[in-house]
Write a protein that binds this ligand. Structure first.
Ligand code: ADP
Ligand code: ZN
Ligand code: ZN
Length: 745
């Protein structure tokens, strides 16, 4: 015990981002009790704060060490591997270790009283029954209770009272007297109590599925670290491949984590996993209660739920020995956490799989450029292709509608004549349609509606954005020009500032198609828990003819009654001010196009756009990933953008715009100084410029973007910067965030 005289505590100091541990003395009453991973109360300056025990030592490090005040929880909250993971997160993403640790052990911090049941057992054995009958001859009720308890061990109080015919006070007396023994059993709050494992007849794998399963299970058997990119078109049966591989990893005594995007974690998905693995499945997502999440977390931690199915944060789950990690739809932006620690689940998965000699499977119909790149020759990922849908179903027919022609022939509305005509015929045939539009807060895309010209920054190849001050700006380097009245190419005055909302689409649709029943699904109509499911259910049961929505409807596209999907404006994603705009567009359109036509009727997709010749639109319409990939890769290479470089984004925000801009400029100067002192590869630094969401809530936002093909150099600059700034800014009321590998720039 004498090596536990002092302890190192990682403290949580409000307002100060600290990675330091502080030493405290272990009071005698906690000697032998205090353990690694305990959450404790400690004195800090004049305050009492919480901290986490991360080490012990015999020697006093500094004079005047203070004593620990006490334990916050009875049990430790984390193991050494979890601290290691938190330290890695903090280091890679430039955030404080405490913040990272709080994320890593998230649900464990929110312990809520578990539901429990008190089970009653007779303290005497059946052989003593005659003796009891004698002793309790004058207390027939007590006797009845004990006889019942012997016959039915483990009833709770109420049941015992009901069966024996005795009252609760009688039972309480027996408990107090020691004749009845009480055992408390914790009941896990199972969020999916109705789902049971059912043995179904196993499906016969397609040749492609079989090949994929074989490659992955071979790696699992060898217990070596491997990464597989499972590139399978929508409907190629990737889920079945996942399930088979999980069966394999379980048979080696290890565990599996499956990540799906929030929107894909539907009850159907859970049912599928539960049907195969029953109670072995633990589910983690953001709409569960703290209690449910806590219980699932504990089942994972104890190893009693070896199959984890969850969203982004499930990658941090305390799985003891993850032999297999699967990331479905690995290209989804929602795998990136948009608050500190700003981790990407794929990066964490890669770290865990490497560290634990596990297999990582990345599944997608439209792999991210970053991942697919690594499957090329010399890359470290193994590519598995599944280019066909199971049961020989065809990909749906995709038609492009050139909106420039519509404008030229006098129709400057939201809908092309073709889309309206097809909608009318669906209404007439009592078939359903979905109208899809992408929006992410930008109202200000500038496109010539006659020739399709988009104004881009000459330096960054990023679409310029219209600002309220009447200027067009580049959100990377702050290049500016006066907003135009006429198109510089064709002279047309039809210069459009886009940003059609779902509400307007709904209104105009009602005007065009009187009598049509329309449902709308977007951020406004889905604020309540479960409203998303409700809208989809209403639509599925035929309560409406047309569903209008944002990205959210993409998951509802499996509805067999839907024979038409209309994309209002492919350009709204295409011209996002982001170097991934092309990639995002291809993914969205391919997803929309890929999810129809799953029923018996072949689906039809209509994409409206002012730039039908754009490679991303063309490739999506033809279901041609390769064509898209190589074109996009060439452009990225030209600009030196990821995957040819690593990127970091520093965002400064606050209520006073001048102060925000000033602070951002100061940071830029500081970064330049740090970069000058280095001798390695070139580091690009641009900005400060107003961020794409230049104003969010009350705050003005400016950002600086850094990138380099030589990430070690970039990290050196960032480390110096992080040290110099301590995560705080000189100006008051200003905030800053550092984003490594940003998803949205
Ligand atoms: P993906 O995830 O690749 O888009 P899914 O896993 O959703 O595809 O599979 C599409 C459909 O095909 C599902 O309904 C699934 O049950 C079915 N399916 C998968 N594999 C087979 C198979 N080998 N034989 C028959 N049906 C299959
Ligand atoms: Zn023009
Ligand atoms: Zn620029």
């Amino acid at each position: 015990m004498n090596n536990q005289l002092y302890t190192d505590v990682l403290v949580e100091v409000p307002g100060l981002q600290t990675d330091r541990t502080y030493q405290y003395q272990v009071p005698p009453r906690l000697a032998g009790i205090l353990q690694f991973g305990h959450r404790v109360k400690v004195p800090f300056g004049k305050q009492k704060i919480t901290g986490f025990v991360v080490g012990f030592n015999e020697q006093k490090a500094v004079p005047g060490v203070k004593e620990i005040i006490g334990l916050v929880d009875e049990n430790p909250l984390f193991r050494a591997e979890q601290l290691t993971l938190a330290r890695w997160l903090a280091d890679y993403y430039f955030c404080s270790t405490v913040k990272a640790l709080q994320s890593v052990i998230g649900p464990a911090l929110k312990k809520t009283a578990a539901r429990s049941v008190a089970r009653l057992y007779s303290a005497v054995g059946p052989e003593q029954l005659p003796l009891l009958q004698e002793q309790l001859a004058r207390s027939p009720k007590k006797l009845a209770v004990l006889e019942t308890a012997l016959q039915h061990p483990g009833l709770d109080k109420r049941a015992l009272a009901a069966v024996s015919g005795a009252s609760l006070p009688v039972i309480n007396q027996l408990c107090a007297g020691g004749q009845l023994r009480v055992e408390t059993e914790l009941l896990a709050r199972d969020p999916y109590p109705q789902y049971e494992a059912v043995r179904q007849a196993p499906v016969t794998l397609t040749t492609e599925q079989g090949r994929s399963v074989q490659a992955i299970t071979a790696a699992l058997q060898q217990g070596e670290h491997r990464v597989f990119m499972l590139h399978g078109v929508t409907g190629s049966g990737k889920t079945e491949v996942y399930l088979r591989c999980i069966e394999q990893v379980l048979s080696t005594g290890r565990q599996a984590i499956t990540l799906v995007p929030e929107i894909a974690l539907t009850p159907q998905m859970v049912r599928l996993y539960k049907a195969r693995f029953g109670r072995a499945v633990a589910v983690l997502h953001s709409r569960m209660s703290d209690g449910e999440r806590y219980d699932e977390w504990m089942r994972i931690d104890s190893g009693s739920a070896p199959v984890v199915l969850g969203v982004r944060s499930a990658i941090l789950a305390p799985v003891p020995d993850p032999g297999l990690i699967i990331i479905d739809e690995e290209h989804e932006p929602s795998y990136k956490q948009e608050e500190a620690p700003r981790y990407h689940a794929r990066a964490v998965a890669l770290y865990r799989a490497q560290k634990n000699r596990g297999v990582l499977v990345l599944g997608s119909a439209t792999p991210s450029l970053e991942s697919y790149c690594r499957t090329l020759s010399g890359g470290e990922y193994t590519l598995l292709n599944m280019p066909c849908r199971v049961k020989g179903k065809n990909m749906p027919d995709v038609q492009l509608v050139d909106m420039r022609r519509e404008v030229q022939s006098g129709n400057s509305g939201i809908f092309s004549l073709l889309l309206l005509q097809k909608l009318r015929s669906r209404l007439h045939n009592k078939e359903q349609a979905i109208i899809f539009l992408n929006r992410r807060g930008f109202k200000t895309l500038v496109v010539c509606r006659e020739c399709g010209l988009v104004l881009k920054c000459p330096r960054c190849e990023i679409s310029l954005t219209y600002h309220t001050d009447g200027r067009l700006r580049c959100h990377y380097c702050n290049y500016q020009v006066q907003a135009l009245q006429r198109c510089p190419d064709c002279g047309s005055s039809q210069v459009g500032y886009f940003g059609t909302g779902t509400q307007r689409v709904e209104m105009e649709l009602t005007a065009h198609l009187p009598g049509a029943r329309i449902l709308r699904m977007d951020a406004d109509t889905t604020t309540r828990k479960g409203s998303h499911e409700q809208i989809l259910a209403a639509f599925a049961s035929g309560e409406a003819d047309i569903l209008v929505g944002t990205q959210m409807v993409a998951k509802g596209l499996d509805l067999p009654g839907v024979t038409l999907v209309g994309v209002i404006n492919a350009d709204s994603t295409l011209h996002m001010p982001d170097f991934r705009a092309g990639e995002r567009t291809f993914q969205l359109l391919a997803q929309v196009a890929g999810r129809t036509g799953r029923g018996d009727e072949p689906g039809e997709v209509l994409i409206q756009t002012f730039t039908p010749e754009h490679y991303a639109v063309q490739a999506a319409a033809r279901h041609n990933y390769q064509a898209f990939f190589y074109k996009e890769l060439g452009l990225r290479k030209e600009m030196g953008y990821p995957p040819f470089a690593k990127m970091v984004r520093i965002l400064v925000y606050g209520r006073d715009e001048a102060a925000v801009q000033q602070a951002a400029e100061k940071i830029r100067a500081q970064l330049d100084r740090f970069a000058e002192g280095l001798s390695g590869g070139r580091i690009m630094i641009i900005g400060p410029a107003p961020a794409p969401l230049a104003r969010l809530k009350e705050d003005y936002r400016w950002h600086i973007i850094l990138w380099s093909a030589d990430y070690r150099q970039l990290r050196l600059v960032m480390q110096q910067f992080a040290q110099a700034s301590h995560g705080t800014l000189p100006g008051k009321a200003l905030k800053m965030s550092i984003d490594v590998d940003p998803m949205y720039t």
